[in-house]
Every structure is written in structure tokens, then in C-alpha cells.
Design a protein around this ligand. Sequence first.
Ligand code: IPD
Ligand code: CA
Ligand code: CA
Length: 261
Amino acid sequence: MIREAGALLMQYFARRVRIEYKAEADLVTEADRACEKLLIARLRAQWPSHNIVAEEGSGHQSSSEYRWYVDPLDGTTNFAHGFPVFCVSIGLECKGELVAGVIYDPTRDELFAAEQGTGAYLNGERMHVSAGESVAEALLATGFPSQKRHKNPNIYFYHALSLRSHGVRRAGSAALDLASVACGRFDGFWEFNLNPWDTAAGVLLVREAGGEVSNFSGGPFKIASREVLASNRKIHAELIELFQQIVNGNRLEELPQIQGK
Ligand code: IPD
Ligand code: CA
Ligand code: CA
């Protein structure tokens, strides 16, 4: 099902789609809607009684203890501009716990999958988080939500962490960022203001690959939490400590003067 959805995205990607706006700088395309329609039809056909929460609003409400979180196209801004970094993300929750997650990157034909308690897999091969022991040696990732971007304090975190690590990537797909932590390409990832469909699958992937996921102060990550901090576990405490210092206004370097000003 998820490969079929990915193939559909690639068809739209090849012919470039028109950009529409949900809000200022919050984009949507016909590919988001077509892909969501396909996924909902497949899920409803197989599990008619389950709840479905889908980003573009075509979900299904029921009293089932199962709930699917569907992001038909994570990385819409990239997709709409022709930048090939996007994916399909589907997570499943049962009685409030994440039990399964799949993320498919159709541009690389990479399928990331995990079931609670059985490990995480990339194209069928077991995957693990990285072994990096310190932030100084880490490659990190973050994102900047398009909504209320002027109210987002993440630029301070981005600045501080960029100066203390091998770098902070901002590739534009939170689900792929989490999948990249799970398979060891990134050592850590954080973002403010994410939605359950952005995180459900990726959080389970990270946990099943041996990583850790929490809120910014180290408390439990909840699917309704707006903030997520995921890492290879080894650098988690150091990241939380740094975040605390940034929140308290410490260890924030002055921005350098722009030459000639
Ligand atoms: C967005 C991406 C992006 C993140 C935004 C999300 P969308 O999802 O995951 O990386 O920074 O917060 O909203 O809108 O492309 O599905
Ligand atoms: Ca998303
Ligand atoms: Ca989306």
C-alpha cells in the first residue's frame, strides 16, 4: 500500500504540480490529496472499524482502540519546489501506544518499517541508531514549521547546536529526519510544533532501532506532544542539558557582525 502511494507521488512529482496555500507558507498540492485518498481507501477496505487521522482531513472516526496516523506527503514544500526529499508516513496506535510505523521514501526506494517489540528495518535489513557518544561529533537535524514561523524560537536552538556539532541539517521532512535517526544517518533530531501524523511512524522507528524519544526536558514523548527530541540515546542527556541552558538564556553566542555594517 505504501509503495503504491509512493509511486503515485512520483507520478505527480515528474509532472510538477501547482502550489496551493492552506495558510501563509503552508503549502498543499493535488498530490497530497490524491495520495491521502488512496491510503484512506486501502486502510478502510482492510480495517473498516479503525480510526484514521489524516493530515488533509479525510480520516475516519470510530470507537476502535486502533488509530492510524497518515501523512500522505511529508515534505510538501520540497515536493512543490521539485526538491526530491519527501516521503509517505503511516503510524498505528493501539490503546494509546504506538505499535507499528512505516515510512517510504519513493525517491530512493527506501522502506523503513517497525513493529513494537520486533526491531526496525530498512528494506528488510535490521537497522540501528548511530554509536556517536557526543554532540561535538554528531550530525543533527531539525525543522521549522511553516505555521506561526515568526513565533518559533527554534532559530536559537539551530544556532547554538550548529556551533557545537558537525552540523544541523534542515531537509524539510520530519518523518524522514526521524527515519534517518533510526538508521544512524543522523545522531539526533528535534522540532517544535509537529503533528501526530509527522511523528507517529518515525518515533516508533527510532525506539525500535535502539534510540530514545522524549520531550525537550526529557519527559515522556506523547503523540499529542508538540515537541519531539529523538536521538541515538547516547547523546540524549547532553542534548537535554544544552536545551535547558538555551531555554534559560545561557550559552547563546552573540551573532557575529555583518561585514561592512
Ligand atoms: C512538514 C515537514 C517539515 C516540518 C514541518 C511539517 P508537511 O510536514 O515535516 O519538515 O518542518 O513542521 O509540517 O507539511 O510537509 O507534511
Ligand atoms: Ca508532515
Ligand atoms: Ca503532509
